[in-house]
Design a protein around this ligand. Sequence first.
Ligand code: SF4
Length: 177
Amino acid sequence: MIEQIKALALRCGFSQVGVLQVDTIEVREEVRAACAVNKCKAYNTNWSCPPACGTLAEGEARIRAYKTGLILQTTGALEDSLDFEMMITIGEEHGEHIASFGEKVQALYPDALVLGAGGCRRCEKCTYPGAPCRFPGKMTHSMEAFGMVVSDVCTDNKLPYYYGPGTLTYVGCVLLV
Ligand code: SF4
């Protein structure tokens, strides 16, 4: 089953896909604390991000219900370390891969939990906080919202996080069973 879902993820455009053992995931309070600093400008703007996504303990209870999943990476090439345009483009491509894969995998495994990079972007404008989420079963959380250190999750599952000078990698994951 994992091999089939891995092949599906690669068809959806991810550059690298690796097996994720959920018991390797450490949930860390300092990652959530970093969300509140709001460097990404998503804090308190979206149902999928803190504080609306629930407490760290609630998030941990959700992920511990799974045993296995996949790490999903989108890697792109930058002209130099100031190539912000390409950084945004790679991030957008990763978001498209997550959205496309999420639709397909949840059609096969409705309980699959798909985590991306950054807050949910399914709707042009999130309904938060004035109205309920339009697609509660399909919103995409970030790995950080669940307290995960993305580089540690990759390393602990023997998947590189860095692919050399001039590259940038965005990471997501899916928890399957
Ligand atoms: S699905 Fe839409 S309303 Fe729900 S969290 Fe995502 S962007 Fe917001």
